[in-house]
Design a protein around this ligand. Structure first.
Ligand code: PEP
Length: 256
């Protein structure tokens, strides 16, 4: 069975001190939860300090982005080699990167390759815009995004995909559990088509878009959904912990 994952994307929020406070609060409130992967993705500048603060806990660390070159004259960029000893995960192709920084499928593809080279596990984000959703093009869009991002790659062991409809991100207007489950089922089918049955069974696919402690169960309860990628609500320790605890409870009920 796939281990559920609850991942927090802090985006461009928290100073170093705020990040340290937030991670301390999360660590203190977490208790013993073994059956859920808990991942936080603070801004680059806080990764080293946060890594120290989570040492000995079950919290895992991810970065929010990566550049695809190893080193060189790329002012302001962060390379895979710089992240390799800090993090286990890296978010790639978030819709905000696609929208504000012109990231194409070709770029996400290079970033995934670069991450895999240093054993970072990619959390690949896909999702459609509101107008695409309304035009019934969700399937076409996510299929195209997946195809472009994974083109030419063997199945990346440890790959995580986050289905994040753009109209649901930061809007307070989440998809329904049923909608998200349907699209995530389709993404899983795509992985089977691109690779094989085994890959489709192994890949963890999260839902992201206005998830909070009030609506998380609706998503995590769905058979195709393996957890959540959370923006706004991951900046509040009680919300983030509430979501993790819901995931742990659902998992316990399923296995018990
Ligand atoms: C995100 O940015 O990945 C996200 C899901 O944001 P929010 O939870 O705030 O909608």
């Amino acid at each position: 069975m796939r281990v559920p994952m609850i991942a927090g994307n802090w985006k461009m929020n928290t100073t170093l001190n705020e990040a340290m406070e937030l991670v301390n609060e999360i660590r203190q409130g977490l208790g013993q939860i073994d059956n859920v992967d808990k991942v936080i993705c603070p801004p680059f500048i806080s990764l080293a300090a946060v890594k120290e603060l989570i040492r000995g806990s079950s919290i895992k660390l991810g970065a929010q982005n990566i550049y695809f070159e190893e080193k060189g004259a790329y002012t302001g960029e962060i390379s895979p080699l710089m992240l390799a000893h800090l993090c286990e995960f890296v978010i790639i192709g978030h819709s905000e990167r696609r929208l504000y920084f012109n990231e194409t499928g070709g770029i996400t593809n290079k970033k995934i390759q670069a991450a895999l080279k240093v054993n970072l596990k990619p959390i690949l984000c896909v999702g459609e815009k509101l107008e695409e959703n309304e035009a019934g093009r969700t399937e076409e869009i996510v299929t195209r995004q997946l195809g472009a991002s994974l083109a030419g790659l063997d199945y990346p062991t440890g790959l995580i995909i986050a289905y994040e409809p753009i109209w649901a991100i930061g809007t307070g207007k989440a998809a329904t559990g049923t909608q998200a489950n349907e699209t995530i089922g389709l993404i899983r089918h795509n992985i089977v088509e691109l690779y094989n049955e085994r890959a489709g069974q192994d890949v963890r696919i999260l839902y992201g878009g206005s998830v909070n402690a009030d609506n998380a169960t609706e998503f995590i309860n769905q058979p195709e959904i393996d957890g959540a990628l959370i923006g706004g609500a991951s900046l509040k320790a009680n919300q983030f912990l509430g979501i993790i605890k819901q995931a742990a409870e659902i998992k316990n009920n399923l296995s018990g």
